[in-house]
Design a binder for this molecule. Structure first.
Ligand code: ADP
Length: 273
């Protein structure tokens, strides 16, 4: 995927500003940056949930921003999206929620009746098994914990047989243990299925632990794009800036030496602002 000069204006606000990067081989990419940096808008433009104002996204020689109708829907299925709030149907049982992944893009009554065959249900159960939540298959989605619901959402994404997974703050509303399980599941998609996973994250240590590459955004622009080991305190200052209201959740519980240095850098930024 080659992204060039991707830009989004909302009225007078430029949410994403001339963003360019490419991904050649399957990677787990963490996108970090303060609230309002444009992370979510960027992911949504890749998935075509938000129309870009300008720029280009090329995949295998095709211009994604020009896709219409069925081709656009096929692309949206190819890059499965995972949201902070899971976006499950709360009153439906877990396995039906997962099956809905296969309907994405052509949800007609005809497809509902014809698609739910035995094979598909077995596929859905296998996806739940893989995510460690097969025992909950027949429970209503709303009865599951947040972490379990997010894993249902990942199983649903896998049912789409995606070529890429986009995750918009997938762990922002989860407790640390659930967050770890969700991140491990996403990492496993990268390792076992050899798919690119692009994940908006709000903690640095999560990016460092799970990602091969980190993109740092600030005011709509990419200010860092490298491997996590290059996330020095100076870089963190560039990404989060001095105007951001910083708190410990940005670094979370990083106990590494570098984590401590970054904590220090954040404290300095806070004092300066
Ligand atoms: P992030 O995900 O990094 O928090 P967003 O992509 O959500 O950032 O937002 C980037 C900027 O675009 C913010 O200033 C936000 O208020 C603005 N924005 C996002 N979505 C919309 C929208 N639908 N209408 C107007 N402004 C928006």
């Amino acid at each position: 995927m080659i992204i060039k000069e991707l830009t989004k204006h909302f009225g007078t606000i430029t949410a994403v500003d001339m963003v360019s990067f490419s991904i050649d081989t399957p990677q787990m990419v963490g996108v970090i940056g303060p609230s309002g940096a444009g992370k979510s808008t960027m992911l949504r433009m890749i998935n075509r949930l938000t129309e870009a104002s300008q720029g280009s996204i090329q995949v295998n020689g095709r211009e994604i921003l020009d896709l219409k109708g069925n081709e656009k829907r096929r692309w949206q299925r190819d890059c499965a999206m995972i949201f902070q709030q899971f976006n499950l149907v709360p009153r439906l049982d877990v396995v039906t929620n997962v099956l809905l992944g296969r309907l994405n893009g052509h949800s007609t009554l005809k497809s509902l009746f014809s698609v739910f065959g035995k094979v598909l249900v077995e596929d859905a159960l296998a996806a739940l098994e893989r995510l460690g939540i097969a025992d909950q298959a027949l429970q209503r989605a709303e009865t599951l914990s947040g972490g379990q619901q997010q894993r249902v959402a990942i199983a649903r994404a896998l049912m789409q047989k995606p070529k890429m997974v986009l995750a918009d703050e997938p762990i922002a509303s989860l407790d640390p243990l659930s967050a770890e399980k969700v991140m491990s599941s996403l990492r496993e998609i990268r390792d076992r299925d050899r798919l690119t996973v692009i994940c908006n994250l709000h903690t640095l240590d999560t990016a460092r632990t799970y990602c091969d590459r980190v993109i740092g955004m600030h005011k709509g622009r990419i200010v860092f794009d490298d491997e996590p080991s290059k996330l020095t305190p100076d870089v963190v200052r560039d990404v989060y800036g001095a105007e951001q209201e910083l708190n410990e959740s940005v670094t979370s519980t990083a106990i590494t030496k570098q984590g401590a240095e970054i904590d220090q850098a954040l404290a300095e930024v806070r004092m300066a602002s």
